[in-house]
Design a protein around this ligand. Structure first.
Ligand code: ADP
Ligand code: MG
Length: 356
């Protein structure tokens, strides 16, 4: 198979490697490259029965998350392997970001039909480039062979650290809090709808620096993997049940930050404004952070946005809801509900589900 990226490995050498050598030697040597984790005498990576993690600095606690990508369900068989390698780690780092955690290390479980060394070397290039840039080394994993018709899968477990008691949770949102989102929305889903490549879809950037800066400022946070509306509802349900206060959100439809391709499509009139906003309100695979914060934190949040050069947009607010009306109310700039057909498309489902 020909891929448009440059070959990261010497195939002549690899051609002579067997499966266990490939995993043991090739993976091991690359995993440690450029990783300060291994400076500690207490660190142990790939090669033994298990890995060893150096003690965390005093006052920190460990964070763990797992996410897997399955062929045919989360990615197509003809995916660029480098982007897949990037993505399987990125989606896990995004979970750490949403907890306000810093990365420590990760493991990789791979279920493969065969050891296709060329494909795997590209996969590992995408994986290790992100691992190095986020200082999150691969320290172990498992590899199993599949029958020739089984879907391949990759599962990452990432370990991170946060100050004790300082993690950002889904349960902390309060009535009156502002609702914010990082970056822009909708481009990944728009790309999927047109079967085209997209940097957001294929090379998501976990918002790790933002998550860590939001500790002590945001009251709750979640990453946008399933779509804005769905994630807002998760926050409402988790925070509402935690405080035993039914919560609802009002979201300013016009304030949703549209992705660059959606803005371009609007300019060229290849999409209507409403359609573009439905993509932003419902599209998954964004890996932006959605968070709530007290009104008193507005200036601080804008300062973080400036210092990270990352747009942070205030898209709405949380309000207490009559018990049967938890959900999202999408509003136009005049504060009126948007057309009911549009609201229904944006998964006003929360309302419907809890109503009558
Ligand atoms: P065991 O049978 O003891 O589990 P394995 O042969 O599965 O040993 O693994 C040998 C070493 O290679 C272990 O350190 C393991 O963590 C590592 N390893 C195996 N597969 C992977 C993988 N996909 N990614 C990273 N490390 C791996
Ligand atoms: Mg094993």
């Amino acid at each position: 198979m020909a891929y448009s990226i440059s070959s990261p490995v010497n195939y002549d050498r690899m051609a002579s490697l067997g499966e266990f050598d490939f995993i043991g030697q090739f993976l091991k040597s690359q995993a440690a490259q450029g990783q300060p984790f291994f400076d500690s005498p207490f660190a142990l990576g790939i090669g033994d029965d298990a890995a060893l993690i150096p003690p965390l600095p005093a006052g920190e606690q460990m964070v763990v998350a797992t996410d897997m990508l399955v062929e045919g369900r989360h990615y197509r068989s003809d995916v660029d392997p480098a982007s897949l390698g990037h993505k399987v780690l990125a989606v896990n780092l995004s979970d750490l970001a949403a907890m306000g955690a810093r990365p420590v290390a990760f493991t990789l479980a791979a279920a493969l039909r065969s050891i296709d060394q060329q494909w795997l070397s590209h996969f590992l290039k995408g994986l290790f480039d992100l691992a190095r840039s986020t200082q999150c080394p691969l320290i172990g994993g498992d590899t199993v062979g599949l029958s020739s018709d089984a879907p391949q899968s990759f599962s990452v477990t990432v370990l991170g650290a946060v100050p004790q008691g300082g993690a950002l949770l889904r349960t902390g949102a309060k009535p009156g809090d502002d609702l914010w989102v990082s970056g822009s929305l909708g481009d990944a889903a728009y790309a999927v709808s047109r079967w085209v490549a997209d940097s957001k879809l294929d090379w998501p950037s976990p918002r790790l620096a933002l998550g860590q800066r939001l500790r002590g400022i945001a009251s709750a946070a979640i990453d946008v993997s399933d779509g804005l509306g769905a994630e807002v509802r998760h926050l409402l349900v988790e925070s509402g049940s935690h405080r035993s206060v039914p919560l609802s959100a009002t979201i300013d439809w016009q304030a949703l930050p549209l992705g660059a391709s959606l803005r371009l499509a609007l300019q060229t009139q290849s999409i209507s404004e409403d359609r573009a906003r439905v993509f932003a309100a419902t599209g998954g695979d964004e890996y932006e952070l959605l968070f709530t914060a007290p009104v008193s934190e507005r200036e601080q949040i804008l300062a973080i946005s400036a210092s990270l050069a990352l747009p942070l947009t205030r898209i709405g607010a949380l309000v207490t809801a009559p018990a049967k009306e938890c959900g999202i109310s999408w509003r136009d700039p005049q504060g009126q509900p948007i057309r009911s057909e549009l609201a229904a498309e944006c998964g006003q489902g929360g309302f419907d589900h809890f109503k009558s």
